[in-house]
Design a protein around this ligand. Sequence first.
Ligand SMILES: [Zn+2]
Length: 511
Amino acid sequence: MTDSRPKSPQKIDNTTTVDTSMEEVANTSSTHDLSHSEIDVTSRDSQEKDPLKSSTPCSSDVSNISVPHLPLNNVTDYIDTALICHPSIKIELKNCANLLCSEEILTFYTDGSVQNIGTTHSLSGYGWIQTQPLTPRISFKGSTVFFPSSSKSESMGILTALLVAPFNCRINIYTDSANCITTFNTRMHLGIVSPHQKLKQSNFLLWDLIFLLINQKNLLVTLHKVPGHSNNLYNDEADTLAKAGAHIREPIIINHKFFAHQSLGFASWNRLHVIDRNVRKWADNVIQPLIFNSMINNKALTPIKKQILDGEIDWTFTKEWLNHNNSDALCSINLSKQQGNKIKKCNFIYPTIDIQQRNYPHLYPLGSIPCIQCSDAHDVNAHVGLCNDHSNDVVTILMEAAYDLYDIIIDNYSGTPFALRETIESSPLFNITFSGALSQTHPGYLLIHHLVPSDLTTIFYNYIKDKKLRFSIFIKFFKTLMRKVDSYIWVKRYSLIKSWERILSITKNKK
Ligand SMILES: [Zn+2]
């Protein structure tokens, strides 16, 4: 691997770090500490020689870590330079490496653990146990931070096992992570990965390091799948280690400067960590909590606040529906009108009478104007669907939708779907046993407002495993359903309002 060596010993890192300076990353923060003052000694030594950096010798800024000269000569050098962590963790790993230094075959059971994922208290841990007969029975556990996921934790387990292995060693790794095995095998067979492909791969730094170790230490690595719940003692032990590892407050992260030979531009978050995944998807994910916050604080959405908080709305499918283009044209007046209407309905800002009164105070009568259909409530967005006059139509819509859903799943399912009829019948969405008006807590209320209830998508997730097919048949199903919602509820209401407005000589021209 001569091309991986820096061209001269003085070569500085040619990776570019773009600081995104995001202040809030609610879903990626974690409760682990990154001890700013205790980052590896090598980096500090090198910084002290650089007068420009001497003012911040204790920063954990990823751009301040020294550049190693690859390949390295011994196992402990890799531990020293490839990781950013507390020195005591490096000592622990080096001790493991020393105990294994003369072995030719090693067997590891590795596991990962993620707790409280999606919250600010997430914990990621991993652990392994070395079980090759007649070799030292040693184990290790650790934690990591940023982008928690079970596959990241699992791969950190594999990485730390490879770090302590001696050169020219044959290694068997037993893991229950099918995801890791797939990633490993794909990279193995793919050989060189293009920067474009790599930037889209999750945890690419971690996998880069795994393959760098395999190449430079000349390791022969085989991954084996441990069947889940197989009651394998070693696997259970690795699981216990991983769970305990998650609570270790000092995490291990990968020193991106270790890959100085790469010409990839990295984006970093808050100068702390490289965003080693699809940046576009990551950014989208990061703003989700912000969108969420703005939604629950949005006064117009008060009628569905509880549903938002309880996760009763499937935002992925709602987004898919709102973006759906019913026509062939990429843009048209009709399309923007259609999408505008959907957006107004789901944001509860559709021009019901209360909004018209506010916008055209000289045209509409003062005071509260009752619903034209039931006269029992004010004509506001929240009332649409809850009106007594809508309830029969709602029942019809839901009943027909239940049959349509059954048919569309049968048509797209190979074989006989298990308990499909029972699943649909017992879904709260298709519960039509209510008497009188629809209740605000019924998932059907969300439907009326063009929001996709999670109760509906659960059925799609359960029966349609293929993601593309799931979206496409969902749209097909939902289009028919929403056409009925619009014509039975919204259009019916609209035409009644129009006749009432004509009596009051409120016309479009006057607005
Ligand atoms: Zn009404």
